[in-house]
Design a protein around this ligand. Sequence first.
Ligand code: MTE
Ligand code: MOS
Length: 788
Amino acid sequence: MSALSHRPSDPIVGQPVPHESARLHVTGQALYTDDIAARTPEVLTAWPVQSPHPHARVRTVDTAAALAIPGVVRVLTGADVPGINDCGGRGDEPLFPSEAMFHGHAVAWVLAEDQHTARAAAGAVAVDYEVLPSLVSVRDAIAAGSFQGTPKTVSRGDAQAALATAHRVFTGVTEFSGQEHFYLETQAALATVDEGGQLFVQSSTQHPSETQEILAHVLNRPHHEVTVQSLRMGGGFGGKEMQSHGFAAIAALGTLLTGRPVRVRLNRTLDMTMTGKRHGFHTTWEAGFAEDGMLLALKAQLTSDGGWCLDLSEAVLARALCHVDNAYFIPNVDVQGRVARTNKTSQTAFRGFGGPQGMLLIEDILGRSAPLLGLAPEQLRRKNFYREGQSTPYGMPVRHAKRIATVWDQVLERSDFATRRNEIDAFNTSHTDQKRGLSITPVKFGISFNFVAFNQAGALVHVYKDGSVLINHGGTEMGQGLHTKMLQVAATALGVPLDSVRLAPTRTDKVPNTSATAASSGSDLNGGAVKNACEQIVERLSVVAGGMLGASAHDVRISHGTVTALGVKNKSFPFSEVVSVAYLQRVQLWAAGFYRTEGLHWNAETMQGEPFKYFACGAAVAEVEVDGFTGTYTQRRVDIVHDAGDSLSPIVDIGQIEGGYVQGAGWLTLEDLRWDEGTGPTRGRLLTQSASTYKLPSFSEMPEIFNVHLLEHAQEEGAVYGSKAVGEPPFMLAFSVREALRAAVAAFGPKGHSVTLASPATPEAVFWAVQESHEAATAARISAIVEP
Ligand code: MTE
Ligand code: MOS
């Protein structure tokens, strides 16, 4: 067992404790960035001037009328930027664009005494636009050859040759849409500047260090003059990994120019029309199978809809390409990916980061192919699972491949799959207008950032003279429970009770040069760093305690706040007493910790290597009932077995699995982003701008029965206290509901009918798929009559 994964006896990790801020969340006492803004005297509010065209040159910006409105303090334009006019990481994302690249793009910002005035004044800024041609769908972009970034290919073997000799070859086009993050807290930032010119920016960001770097280059200042704090987020889901930087930059620039605190807080419409979303994809594919249903080859072209600039699109695409295999061994692979440039918001990270998009492709292929191969979908899936010794198309061995089958078999049993399959068949035989579907799908998701350098983290742990502990780490809290886990890690590593550890907000002046809290790796990375810092302190305290107990430092044990030594009976000291003796002996009571994930390598050119420390697995069984007249459906029951390693915090992890599943089900069944693709005056406008037109999962769409089980005895050698990352992988368990819908729709058709289902599989999409099933059934009846 590795030192990293080893748990002491009686650890605080693994205990089912509530989220560290649960009480504050539910009582409304938890503060978010804009709550602090509301308590800041003299604060100015910023409001954007948005382009009414999807693509237009900005000829002139006339601010006179806006400035004449009482309460307006300043209008920020590109001329105000002292450094580099760019708020992204790629140099293609001007903070103040000279060309508006999408409908809603901010071309200038008004600063005023209050939001009402700022908003009114933004409407009074006169912008002269020269309208340019625009591309607002990925199909149009493909037709026009509009791409950005570097195309990437993952390949192994000879897909073309294997397709030529395969027993069956199926081809198709699979298109699926993006997703709005719809975090409850919209993007927010608050900037202040002190007497020495030091900037302090509070930002609702998943990546404070990058916010700091971008502010520094926009403002032309060294990094040490900019401090960024992320107190907590009301959800991020990837949408605050990059997209928060520009808003923080506006607040920072505004405060430098006016000397007053400046806040940016988007309302929902602004947030939806200005910020990037999950990438929708257009894919074309060919899949070859052997006679027994074994996958032989996959050839595919994936085109993601990147929107107007690159943002994280290339990295999202890379992760998509690394997840087209999901849990299946495909010997011959040729999967190409490219990013389309369209006149839309710049699409970005979203839970799963391309993984869901890659996996949707293979799950769609298997779901469509199974009936054509004469196999039940669960048979086809199961027989293609990775086996021990096999590796992924990008050259990574699939260690513990058996775990995929383990979670699968467990959830089959826990869900009573076989019995219910018979019951559902009976139901479908006796009902003509309602049909039920039952489906099981697996998830295998790689954990670590593909870009190796990001896999590092830092922490700062202070033990005060009274024995109380304050920890700081580089990760941000967005509701996922990272802080809860870090408190548990610190309490375990120091051997103190949970309530003697406190956590301070994430700030770049406490832990520098951090990575985004993303790729689900927050607890792996920061947990490693917190543990490392605590262990340095324990090592020093053990020397002191050894002296107090008359034992060797090596034999000292600290657990739940009591210090003892092996072989020393009837003698112990409270942690606080050892701490105060250590202080008097001038022993350092605090430490900076560091962690880097070992054993990773990745070649981004060849798309080969071992980019992941391990894989997280899960499997889900979903049952739905579809109404044939309307296409509406309910999720009758969902069962999940998920592998979170030996969980650091079981309540938190179960919450992540439930939330991930529901968010995934939202993407796949309800959430339908639409842009105006017409040629009228509102071309390019996001049509689904609020919760009234953009349907989110709510209580009424929850599965009626929802069982989530953590895989037991699941220790992971390569991660802190034997745990596994859990933030993103469960999102993809929702493929089970899409496949269950496919099964229910198929039941309206003839035997062996292959169902093509749009994504999202909204009731409308299901309705049309049911119509196709009916038509196929009719056609089958007619041909049975014609050729008896
Ligand atoms: N859970 C909640 N409640 N809110 C969030 O914003 N973001 C998800 C996931 N779970 C998110 C969440 C995403 S996209 C990621 S990458 C991980 O949490 C990040 O946190 P972790 O690395 O600590 O798991
Ligand atoms: Mo998550 S999409 O990696 O922030």
